[in-house]
Design a protein around this ligand. Structure first.
Ligand code: CFM
Ligand code: HCA
Length: 530
């Protein structure tokens, strides 16, 4: 595998080589290893990353069902993301669900020249009149920041005019180096303007699911099992989320963090402000789900809840055990390359292992060093100009609403065995000799696929078809290739069936990459014979 890294670095000019080298490593036993992450992609390289607007509106804000999410910008920014992420949602009691719509101010050249604030206000008026949403979000795309439209002023005026919350996000695509900046901007605003603004009646075993976006119905499957055990899910941020649920989320007793990359900011701030502790969970894979359920039950420490947890685990796992084993026998010994956004390249490794598949290369599009090296590294991460650009907000203890869910010394005791305020990072779980690569790009993907011939590449839409043209199965781990859910126990068996079908089809042996059949360029050199 060291040779694969050399092969990759070999194609680059010296300066690029030096940069990319820092973003890859060969897992070397128990050694502490450092990787460069969350830095600018080199211009000209075909990256799989998205932009800040994608992270803010597309990822964190967009899944809230009863809000109208207006994209202030040219139509393409909005249209490109229309329904593609597959964050599903259902209306609550208020009957409002606008997820299937695509709202944009459709900026034209004249708006760029004369300003788009009036058009934005008109769009809000129209949205309120037609849809009567619970709240509105405004997300700015690149040109808005460049011409200087004041979306926050428009939001303030619209809020006064219509009497509903209007959240405005300066999440222009060019801010930060990837989607990640957008997560942070979205977290800040939700914390400043939504969390803690409504009260809920107190319920037992109440939890929030943070960083769970209901892709392909994941959240529904997770909640089904949690409710069967006896938990009350106060709020999911933000998959299938509602404005009011987020406003009441500070009333829960425990925050569970699935995707820490996109939501760790809020988890931390809620703990500081309201005393609500957060614990890392992973709902992907049978063992991981079981472990997370046991950890949650331990936090509450209620004997009935603990017993019920074991009962439900036994019931749910016995439903899938036999088929998981049949599929595992078919897939045993196969290898995977995983390259996904900021957490799934790690979260899916346990499930793959349960199916007999080892991950030989893994990497993230936009994760930070802590997602690779563990949360303890955060104080040592150098803050560069790009990250300084994204506001860090400070919250303080809310004297009225702050309270400890369990005594401080008991929490300290639990911290020794449960992942409170903690995640270990991807590198620790990788096998010796495997590769970890940050911000993987298209030429590197091709080199890896050719050299390692994995049985499955978990990736996204931008590289899926290139990989499949090379005769290797690629599974979109973002959209789940229009399938799902993949979380929880039923999700695990769903995933197993889907990837077994994908890998075992004989179709791959009939594929010859186009460049093997014919030369890429044909022509004649002038003034030469023949
Ligand atoms: Fe978190 Fe996500 Fe991911 Fe992410 Fe994303 Fe996504 Fe992803 Mo696509 S929030 S980091 S910004 S788990 S949209 S649901 S699949 S890249 S690995
Ligand atoms: C995004 C959304 C995305 C894109 C997926 C892909 C998603 O980052 O803007 O590239 O296939 O999950 O929909 O990550």
């Amino acid at each position: 595998n060291k040779k694969v890294i050399d092969k990759i670095l070999d194609v680059y000019p010296a300066k690029v080589m030096k940069n990319r080298k820092e973003h890859m490593l060969l897992k070397d036993g128990g050694k502490i290893q450092e990787i460069a992450a969350n830095t600018r992609t080199i211009p000209g390289i075909i990256t799989n990353r998205g932009c800040c607007y994608a992270g803010c509106k597309g990822v964190v804000i967009g899944p809230i069902v009863d809000m109208v999410h207006i994209v202030h910008g040219p139509v393409g920014c909005s249209y490109y993301a229309w329904g593609t992420r597959r964050n599903k949602g259902k209306a609550r009691e208020n009957g409002k669900n606008f997820l299937n719509y695509c709202f944009t101010t459709d900026m034209q050249e004249s708006d760029i020249v004369f300003g788009g604030e009036k058009k934005l206000m008109a769009a809000i008026d129209e949205a309120v009149e037609i849809f009567n949403p619970r709240a509105i979000s405004i997300s700015a795309t690149c040109p808005v920041g460049l011409i200087g439209d004041d979306i926050h002023k428009v939001a303030k005026n619209a809020k006064e005019k219509h009497g509903i919350p209007v959240l405005s996000f300066s999440c222009e695509g060019y801010k930060g180096v990837s989607q990640s900046a957008g997560h942070h901007i979205a977290n800040n605003k939700l914390m400043q303007e939504v969390v803690g603004t409504m009260d809920a009646e107190k319920k037992t075993f109440s939890i929030n699911l943070l960083g769970e976006y209901n892709i392909g119905g994941d959240e529904w499957e997770i909640s089904r099992v949690l409710q069967k055990i006896g938990y009350n899910v106060v709020c999911t941020m933000t998959g299938n989320g509602s404005y009011d649920d987020i406003a009441k989320s500070h009333n829960a007793d425990l925050n569970l963090v699935q995707c820490h990359r996109s939501i760790n900011y809020i988890a931390d701030m809620i703990e500081t402000k309201y005393g609500l502790p957060w614990m890392k969970v992973n709902f992907i894979g049978v063992e991981n789900f079981t472990q997370s359920l046991r950890n949650m039950a331990k936090f509450f420490g209620d004997p009935e809840l603990l017993a019920r947890t074991e009962e439900v685990i036994a019931e749910e796992t016995s439903d899938i055990e036999e088929e998981m084993e049949t599929i595992r026998q078919k897939l045993e010994g196969k290898t995977a390359v995983l390259y996904v956004g900021g957490s799934r390249a790690h979260h899916y490794q346990g499930l793959l292992k349960e199916l007999g598949i080892s991950t030989v290369v893994a990497g993230y599009e936009f994760a930070h060093r802590d997602d690779y090296e563990g949360r303890d590294i955060i104080p040592y991460i150098k803050i560069d100009a790009d990250s300084r650009n994204i506001e860090e907000i400070k919250v303080e203890k809310d004297e009225k609403n702050y309270f400890l869910r369990i005594p401080e010394d008991r929490l300290e005791e639990l911290k020794k065995e449960l992942p409170f305020n903690q995640y270990e990072g991807l590198i620790k779980d990788m096998e010796d000799g495997s590769l970890v690569i940050d911000d993987l790009n298209h030429i590197e993907t091709e080199i890896i696929v050719k050299a390692l011939k994995p049985s499955i590449v978990g990736s996204g839409v931008k590289d899926k078809y290139i990989i499949q043209k090379m005769g290797v199965y690629s599974k979109q781990l973002h959209s789940y290739d229009y399938s799902g859910p993949y979380a929880g126990y039923k999700g695990a068996i769903n995933f197993a069936r889907d990837i077994a079908a994908g890998m075992l089809t004989p179709a791959w042996s009939y594929i010859t990459a186009p460049w093997r059949k014919e030369p890429l360029l044909t022509g004649k050199v002038s003034n030469m014979e023949g």
